[in-house]
Design a protein around this ligand. Structure first.
Ligand code: PLP
Length: 435
């Protein structure tokens, strides 16, 4: 355990005024363990006690350039001098939309919101408005945010509640979600070509959309089997369903064009959030003009007081300019590949059965003897050993999520030296855990 002389009293205060002492369920680690962060710069964060960590959590993905990047901060400081929220369109907002349309393949039109949750919620409404149908296909283990329609069979749902693989049951995440909503969700295992084809052929008349995380950003970044996304595209075309890519984790991270570009499949709508702002809260959803044109008065509602506020737009503009003008994501991919190869080597030399997973910019590994391609496969993963390795690294100043479902994220500020330091500390941690 790192020292907590300053962190613990702050967390004790938090417990009095914040439910469970946090502002997201996933941030709670326990009454004596929950971290309190004081600052972040580049690829590092410091807790309130001054303990310094190489950060691979990166706020669960938004940081693609680096914490507290001066270029992004300066752009924001300059913009906010002129006010932030006007209940009206700004030129900056138009510029950011134009930039995204230019960077993302086949992106024609979009709208801005503030969080990934809002983006997927609106994308689903657009799909329903466009098709006049109400049900949608969701894949097990995928997370699309915290609104009621998508909080079923996510990576945090107990696998035991998901029903048989051939006839999955949408398992509610916690209480408070109306039971009736379950009727709108058709749950399927990811990476299973036949399962989705069978269900689509039987029930396409009722299905508005397929909501898809193109790679499993909430299960160690597991990638689609070759041809799987193209298979889904074909089914959506043939049976007139709106294909939604949830690119909240992959957008402006896998490549400038996101999963559309990396996997070469174009959905009808995509959702973006995290890496669009390098830590500032900004999100968007968009795609084909034909589909997005259902938004408007008397048609599909999209609204939000803070949508496209100048703080978020200035951050997004700065991030997009940096990605456009410098090979940030190419470098991340190269360094991430080196990290992945290094972690793989250490695990192989220690004779620990494992599977490397994910795109180099948001990668992971699972400790398993069986190949894993979806959430159900996690029963084969040794979560305890994984947690112990990560705990040792945390004590030694390297911070990755102690749960393998959350990928290791890379940012531009993770230099080759930082990767080397990580690999040395990983080797030490594996040695300790192996005894
Ligand atoms: C793929 C995906 N979609 C949507 C969301 C929700 O985004 P937010 O937390 O900004 O609401 C997340 C959050 O982690 C996510 O990983």
């Amino acid at each position: 355990m790192n020292n907590r002389e300053i962190s613990q009293p702050i967390f004790d205060r938090a417990l009095n005024v914040l439910a469970q002492g946090v502002s997201s369920n996933f941030r709670y680690w326990g009454p004596k363990e929950t971290p309190i962060i004081a600052k972040g710069k580049g690829g590092h964060v410091w807790d309130a006690d001054g303990n310094k960590f190489v950060d691979y959590r990166l706020g669960w993905g938004p940081i693609n350039i680096g914490h507290g990047d001066d270029r992004v901060n300066n752009a924001v400081s300059e913009a906010i001098q002129n006010g932030t929220t006007f209940a009206a369109t700004t030129e900056l907002e138009v510029e950011v939309a134009e930039k995204i349309v230019n960077m993302v393949p086949s992106m024609e039109m979009l709208r801005f919101t503030n969080t990934g949750t809002e983006a997927t919620m609106h994308a689903l409404r657009v799909a329903r408005g466009y098709t006049g149908k109400e049900k949608f296909i969701k894949f097990e283990g995928q997370y699309h945010g915290a609104h009621d329609y998508v909080l079923f069979s996510t990576a945090s749902s107990p696998i035991s509640g998901m029903g048989p693989r051939k006839t999955p049951i949408p398992a509610q995440n916690g209480i408070g979600i109306p039971d009736k909503i379950r009727e709108y969700v058709i749950m399927l295992p990811f990476n299973d070509f036949d399962a989705v084809e069978k269900v689509v052929k039987e029930t396409h008349g009722e299905i508005a959309a397929m909501m898809i995380e193109p790679c499993l950003g909430n299960i160690a970044g597991l990638e689609p089997i070759a041809g799987y996304l193209a298979h889904l595209r074909k089914l959506c075309d043939e049976y007139e369903m709106v294909m939604i890519f949830d690119e909240v984790k992959t957008g402006f991270r896998l490549s400038n064009g996101g999963a559309r570009e990396t996997y070469n499949v174009i959905p009808d709508i995509s959702t973006y959030a995290k890496s669009l702002g390098n830590g500032y809260p900004v999100a968007a959803f968009g795609g084909k003009k034909d589909v997005m044109s259902v938004i408007g008065s008397g048609k599909v509602t999209h609204a939000g007081t803070f949508g496209a506020n100048s703080c978020s737009m200035a951050a997004a503009k700065a991030v997009l300019d940096i990605l456009d003008e410098t090979p940030v994501l190419e470098n991340l991919t190269k360094r991430g590949a080196r990290l992945k190869a290094g972690l793989d080597k250490v695990l192989t030399e220690a004779d620990i059965p494992h599977q490397m997973s994910g795109h180099p910019t948001m990668q992971g590994f699972l400790l398993t003897e069986m190949p894993i391609q979806d959430v159900r496969g996690l029963v084969h993963h040794d979560a305890e050993m994984y947690g112990s390795i990560i705990e040792h690294m945390y004590k030694n100043g390297v911070w990755a999520e102690d749960d393998a479902r959350e990928p290791w994220f890379l940012c531009e500020a993770h230099t080759d030296e930082i990767i080397d330091e990580t690999l040395n500390k990983f080797e030490d941690a594996v040695k300790v855990v192996r005894g």
